[in-house]
Design a protein around this ligand. Sequence first.
Ligand SMILES: [Zn+2]
Ligand SMILES: [Zn+2]
Length: 362
Amino acid sequence: MGKKGQHCLLLLLCLSGLVRRSAAFVYWTAIVEIIYVNSSNDTVGKYCECGMYGRNSDLTTASGIVTLPMGDPHGCGSDPVYSRNASSPPWIALVKRGNCTFSEKINAAKWQGATGVVVYNVDSSGNSTTQMSHPEAPHILAVMIGNIQGMEVVGLVRNGTDVEMVIGPGNPHGPWVDPYWLYFLSIAFFVVTAASITYFVFLSASRLYHLNMHRRNERRLKSEAKKAIGRLQVRTLKRGDEETNSEAQLCAVCIESYKAGEVVTVLTCDHIFHKACIEPWLLERRTCPMCKCDILTALGVEEETKEDIGIETPPEATVITVTGGEAVYEVPLSHPANSDPERHQNPYDNRAFEGDSEALRG
Ligand SMILES: [Zn+2]
Ligand SMILES: [Zn+2]
């Protein structure tokens, strides 16, 4: 798999993880209705979508008489905490949040036969609710309501009022309906898109840069090759020349024998080729087709070009160590090109010019 494929896979994994994670945030609200008869003998009904189903709750409807724990309003403990049981008319336990786990209070009511458990939130939490997690107490309706609403019902029941409660599912809530989550998801999407675009722009720019560098390098090498070709010895073959007599001597580029009157180029390695054959070859490859000898290196053109474009190459310091008796002399020699101008002039230059003048004369 290519690098691009791996990145796409990673992106997909991230997105699927995000979707799965967001699915865990789905919760259902509960419609809670209370009905009771007040002191003026009027039947009062109150209705709101203000409860929240527990994560492990049955998503069903339940109704019954609201029943409070006998002692501690938190409804914890293993002893019977309610005055009712399974044979009583349907009843719903109303307990306060805290003191023990949600599972413990829900189970305490479930064992005593409650049809549902309503937990109201802690003091001074207003009407806020949270989604209860009660993995040890599944298969029963468990809903949380706000503290204000809970305390109102507790007050009625403590005053001896029979309060009938009906609970049913409201609406699902999750990332796709929650504005906060929508906001978060759109930002995440924007960040992922921006990162991908930046990455691809960077990749393209880097490729373009390398392509450009490669082209520049090719152009430089070609101009160097041109320079080197100009310095190579060129001869016009004459009748009686060794090359024209021997059938064994062939131009390695066109595999043709040499004839008098043809113009040939002599490379630095002394291999001979037709001028018209070897020049395009050298422009592309810069090496002898037979022995791979590099004409740029042999003619010192590469070093010259580096000097032209200002690349400083450290001078080659030759150190001769002379040991005689106990004395040790180290004699560093400066670059031969600097000390001896005659040696700097390439012998092939002369030969090339000689060849040219010969060609002119001939
Ligand atoms: Zn040829
Ligand atoms: Zn050669």
